[in-house]
Design a protein around this ligand. Structure first.
Ligand code: GLA
Length: 381
């Protein structure tokens, strides 16, 4: 038995929970993912919800946008909460989701004016964030129904998600075939492996947009969560949140998370970058750059519940967004209103606007190459 399961059982026993209450979290190996109808789009397309459980983690994923609709993990007493913001119905996702839990493509984050030049050709992308293109444009990968298959493999369970984006979609060149694998390991880790190929030179930057609140979605602010990010630099932005190109040191700024501090500690410091972001909405330049295997880059902890999230990635950047645009107009899964700072996102990625910054790690993908990145989320209680 691994450590994380032992912790879950000990915690559950301490809290007086029965095996029935904690479900099959301790069964050896995982059950094959199960699928149910979640809803239908306006044109009648069915959206399914897949349920996975392994190593003490419970994950629910929609075929629409590959959305993590719910992710439940135990606290220090073995009590489960859903720690990912979302909705309980498809209509709200279609009408008003700010990318809750979604897969983001073709390009996570912003591209200035939605323009870039590649091999001497200029491209104009769909512009959907002021003058800029955000998260793939008006209809990004988060707004398409993916083909989904469930699998079990050894002690892992998971889903393979496919989406093919046709040449010219949202202004991007090339037919891009994306494959994303969500794996729940026997330790309860949620791993994401992204792959893509193209038939013309293009740019690609895939990520996942889970809004975390380790005390439980709808439970209030994340300003008391403690965060550590292994990054000595970040990419300062202009008023439209496009990087200036500078890699600035975090030392002596509110952006220094090299030693654990609370999210809220410096969030009201009158720093120009926090004014631009209405809080934190910035890309950290991860110390180790691109790596062949995922390595630890950030740890988030909620002191009230003891729940922790540790992130490892192969990616060079991490967008930390402190939920600044949540404005009290959305009602989440548990029936509560989401307000500013009620969740945060930690999006592993290449840097924003890389196609217009030759000095940033390249996001170009060419025919014959395979785009591959991986991110692992590990949980503790
Ligand atoms: C990303 C962006 C933010 C915001 C959210 C969605 O994290 O960086 O500025 O657009 O997505 O609201």
């Amino acid at each position: 038995m691994d450590m994380s399961r032992r912790t879950v059982i000990a915690g559950a026993a301490a809290a007086g929970l029965t095996a029935a209450t904690i479900g099959t979290a301790h069964a050896s190996g995982g059950r094959k993912p199960e699928k149910e109808l979640f809803g239908k789009l306006a044109d009648g397309t069915k959206v399914h919800r897949w349920s996975l459980e392994n190593g003490g983690t419970r994950l629910k994923v929609l075929s629409y946008g590959g959305i993590v609709q719910s992710l439940e993990i135990p606290d220090r007493h073995g009590r489960y909460k859903n720690v990912a913001l979302g909705f309980d119905n498809i209509d709200d996702y279609v009408a008003s989701s700010p990318y809750f839990g979604a897969l983001i493509g073709r390009y996570g984050n912003r591209i200035g004016k939605g323009q870039f030049t590649l091999d001497g050709k200029s491209y104009q992308l769909s512009v959907n964030d002021g003058a800029n293109s955000l998260h793939g444009g008006a209809k990004g990968f988060d707004k398409h129904v993916w083909d989904v298959e469930g699998f079990t493999s050894g002690s892992d369970v998971g889903l393979v998600l496919h989406y093919t984006s046709i040449d010219g979609e949202m202004g991007y060149p090339g037919t891009l075939r994306a494959k994303v694998t969500y794996t729940l390991t026997g330790h309860g880790d949620w791993r994401i492996d992204y792959e893509a190929t193209t038939d013309k030179a293009t740019v690609v930057n895939l990520t996942s947009h889970v809004y975390w609140n380790l005390a439980g979605e709808g439970s209030g602010s994340i300003y008391d969560h403690e965060l550590e990010i292994a990054a000595a630099r970040f990419t300062p932005v202009d008023s439209g949140l496009i990087p200036t190109g500078e890699l600035a040191g975090v030392a002596g700024t509110p952006f220094d998370f090299r030693r654990t501090k609370t999210v809220g500690r410096d969030i009201r410091v009158a720093h120009q970058q926090l004014l631009y972001g209405k809080g934190i909405d910035h890309n950290w330049v991860l110390d180790k750059g691109i790596t062949a295997k995922p390595r630890h880059v950030a740890t988030l902890r909620d002191p009230s519940s003891g729940r922790t999230l540790s992130i490892a990635t192969t990616e060079p950047g991490l967008q930390f967004y402190s939920g600044n645009f949540l404005d009290g107009t959305l009602v989440g899964t548990g029936g509560h209103i989401y307000r500013q700072g009620d969740a945060l996102c930690l999006e592993t990625q290449h840097f924003p606007d890389s196609p217009n910054h030759p000095s940033f790690p390249s996001t170009v993908l060419r025919p014959g190459q395979t785009y591959r990145t991986s991110t692992v989320h590990s949980f503790g209680g």
